[in-house]
Design a protein around this ligand. Structure first.
Ligand code: NAD
Length: 391
């Protein structure tokens, strides 16, 4: 009699990237996976930095220690080096926030080892995939934390306070970019009692900003800044000039600026110039959530808090990791939803149909090759550069 097939084996790495405190599995998501009949293992201590103890995982049925040769799926936050998955078999798949364009060397090494790879930040923004949207789940927390970081650095109070000794004015908070992070920043600053305003290039953002009780400050009429997929597009030079004049004038009266503006696949737009920082009141604070993508403020130094003429500019990287427990819980749930959507109950395996919209959007390595169209362009540009250098 043939022996029954081994259950699907999902392993979780202990993150090794600097300042990464998140983990791709929580005891709660482990219990959900267990209901699918999955075998789970993880590197000991993988949840420690996010305050999830090994014992809690063990109680949820997770094996501590990964027998790599038996693993089918590897869950991670950031891409693990191949050496960390020593002996992993060809055909296994890595799922995580892989920053594929910045990690071509890793992806090529995985392709050579026969691994598949799925980049969760490329999950399309369609209704079916909402519960797998890692960008939204992490940005939401980043927007919240940005306001707390600003409050901690700012030498004043957020709410107006009327006391016998006089009135403390409410802080004025200006949010640049009203997407997922920006809207959460607005809501958080409002809850703390600040007077909040925001700007965005997408007209639809205006209504959302106002529904949170904040003032929308934007260039009137003209272009719509929204693409068909709901992201911002790169704006014309004329629009950016008008926007810069508007931002310059508005910023002078603000105490806090929270920068969250991004354009998909491009360097972040610079919305606050050095001259605009010069014109801000000393003691003001800028939090630049776009620091990792080049920054929305010309004075931002990624990973640092700097001071320019009395204005503090906070350029923390990987802000979601600063709320590691919540960020891990949401991220782990996103991963579970992704895996569950492609779980075949009959065979117990994960099946990735070639014609599925989500699979096409996130699969970046398959069958020994980089398969995503965005990576083909990167590869061609790399080859072109090499050609230019040798000719
Ligand atoms: P994002 O992180 O790419 O950008 C952040 C914000 O910066 C966006 O609102 C963008 O319009 C803004 N921006 C870009 N250039 C700017 C400039 N020059 N000046 C001012 N603002 C600028 O965007 P995001 O937060 O990921 O979301 C963008 C949109 O997608 C939002 O409308 C969001 O509600 C929507 N969304 C939809 C789904 C879904 O349908 N499943 C999921 C998540 C988000």
């Amino acid at each position: 009699m043939p022996s029954p097939a081994a259950p699907l084996h999902i392993a979780v790495v202990k993150e090794t990237a600097a300042h990464e405190r998140r983990v791709a599995l929580t005891p709660d998501s482990a219990k959900r996976f267990a209901k699918l009949g999955v075998r789970l293992s993880m590197e000991p201590g993988a949840g420690e930095a996010a305050a999830f103890a090994d014992a809690a995982y063990r109680d949820a049925g997770v094996e501590l220690g990964v027998p790599w040769a038996e693993v089918d799926i590897v869950l991670c936050v950031q891409p693990p080096p191949l050496a960390q998955m020593k002996g992993v078999k060809s055909g296994a798949a890595v799922i995580g926030m892989l920053s594929p364009q910045q990690n071509l060397a890793s992806l090529n090494a995985w392709a050579a080892a026969g691994l598949d790879a799925f980049a969760m930040e490329w999950v399309p923004r369609i209704t079916r995939a909402q519960s797998m949207d890692v960008v939204s789940s992490q940005s939401n927390l980043a927007g919240y934390k940005a306001v707390l970081d600003a409050a901690a650095e700012y030498g004043g109070a957020f709410p107006m306070m009327m006391t016998a000794a006089g009135t403390v004015p409410a802080a004025r908070v200006f949010v640049l970019g009203a997407g997922v992070a920006g809207l959460q920043a607005i809501a958080t600053a409002k809850r703390l009692g600040a007077i909040v305003s925001a700007t965005d290039v997408r007209r639809a953002a205006g209504e959302q900003v106002e529904s949170l009780g904040a003032k929308f400050v934007a260039v009137e009429g003209g272009e719509s800044g929204e693409t068909a997929s709901g992201y911002a597009k790169e704006m014309s030079a004329d629009y950016l000039r008008q926007q810069a004049a508007l931002v310059a004038e508005h910023l002078k009266s603000q105490n806090i600026a929270i920068c969250t503006a991004l354009v998909f696949g491009r360097r972040a737009p610079v919305l606050i110039s050095r001259a605009m920082v010069d014109a801000m009141q000393p003691g003001s604070v800028i939090v630049d959530l776009a620091a990792g993508q080049g920054g929305n403020c010309a004075c931002t130094e990624p990973g640092k808090i700097v001071e320019h003429k009395g204005v503090r500019i906070i350029g923390h990287l990987n802000v979601p990791s600063r709320l590691a427990a919540n960020a891990s819980a949401l991220y782990a749930r996103n991963l579970y939803q992704f895996c569950a959507a492609f779980h075949d109950a009959e065979s117990g395996a994960l099946r990735w149909p070639d014609d599925d919209e989500i699979v096409q959007a996130v699969r970046c390595v398959h069958g020994g090759r980089l398969v995503h169209p965005a990576l083909q362009t990167e590869k061609k540009q790399g080859e072109q550069k090499q050609g230019d250098q040798t000719s």
